[in-house]
Design a protein around this ligand. Structure first.
Ligand code: SF4
Length: 203
C-alpha cells in the first residue's frame, strides 16, 4: 500500500530497520518492513541491520547517507529515549543535520508487546515506519546555539503552587519575582475555612 502525503520536501528518505539481534526479528518480519518502506513516498533506500546502534550499523548508515544523498533518515529500532542521540550523532558525522533524524519504535511498541501476534506486529511496524517517514518529511534542519542564562525567574500567580515554586527556586539560590494580580497571595486556598485532613485554617 502506498500513500501520497502531498509533501514537497524530504524526498530522499532512508529507512534503516534494526533486528536488535532477535529482539525485534523474532516477532517482526524485518525484511517485510524494509520492503514495505520502499513503497512509501519519499523513501529511496531501506535496509535491515542486525544491531543498528553498533559501530558497523552506524557505519552503514553513514555510508548510505553519503552514497544516496539522503536528506532524512528513519531508524526503525528501539525507543528514541535510548538511541536517538546515537543516530543524531551518526547523521551529523555523515554531514546530515541531526534534526533530520526520526525513529520508529518497533521494539517496545511491536515485538516486545505482540510476541504471539507476528503478523499483526509486522503490520503495526509498517504503520509506525510509514508515520515516522511522514513526520521525517516535515522535519527542518536546526542549528544549535548557546545563550547566556540569567539566574532569575518570573513566577506568575501567587496561589499555593506559585508560592511553593517561588520558595523552591529561592532555596536553590535563584532570584524570584512573584507576580499576583490580586492584593493578597494564597489564591483559592486563602478563601477556604478549613483544610483536610488536619482541619487547620489555611491562612
Ligand atoms: S538500535 Fe536499539 S533496537 Fe537496534 S540493536 Fe541497538 S538497542 Fe537494539
Amino acid at each position: 500500500m502506498t500513500q501520497d502525503f502531498g509533501l514537497k520536501h524530504g524526498e530522499r528518505v532512508g529507512v534503516f530497520v534494526c533486528e536488535c539481534g532477535m529482539n525485534i526479528s523474532d516477532t517482526v518480519d524485518v525484511k517485510a518492513v524494509a520492503e514495505y518502506s520502499l513503497g512509501i513516498p519519499g523513501v529511496v533506500h531501506s535496509s535491515v541491520n542486525k544491531y543498528t546502534c553498533a559501530e558497523p550499523g552506524q557505519q552503514e548508515i553513514r555510508d548510505i547517507i553519503r552514497e544516496k544523498k539522503l536528506d532524512r533518515i528513519v531508524v526503525a529500532a528501539c525507543t528514541p529515549r535510548m538511541h536517538e542521540p546515537t543516530f543524531k550523532a551518526c547523521a551529523k558525522e555523515a554531514g546530515l543535520n541531526p534534526y533530520l533524524v526520526e525513529m520508529a519504535n518497533i521494539r517496545e511498541h511491536c515485538s516486545w508487546v505482540h510476541t504471539d501476534e507476528k503478523e499483526a506486529a509486522t503490520d503495526k511496524a509498517n504503520d509506525l515506519v510509514r508515520m515516522a517517514v511522514a513526520r521525517a518529511r516535515y522535519l527542518k534542519a536546526q542549528d544549535e546555539t548557546e545563550s547566556k542564562v540569567i539566574k532569575k525567574t518570573l513566577v506568575i500567580g501567587g496561589g499555593v503552587a506559585g508560592i511553593q515554586a517561588s520558595l523552591d527556586l529561592a532555596d536553590a539560590g535563584i532570584e524570584v519575582v512573584l507576580v499576583e494580580k490580586s492584593s493578597t497571595i494564597g489564591g483559592m486556598m486563602a478563601q477556604l475555612g478549613k483544610t483536610f485532613p488536619t482541619m487547620d485554617c489555611p491562612t
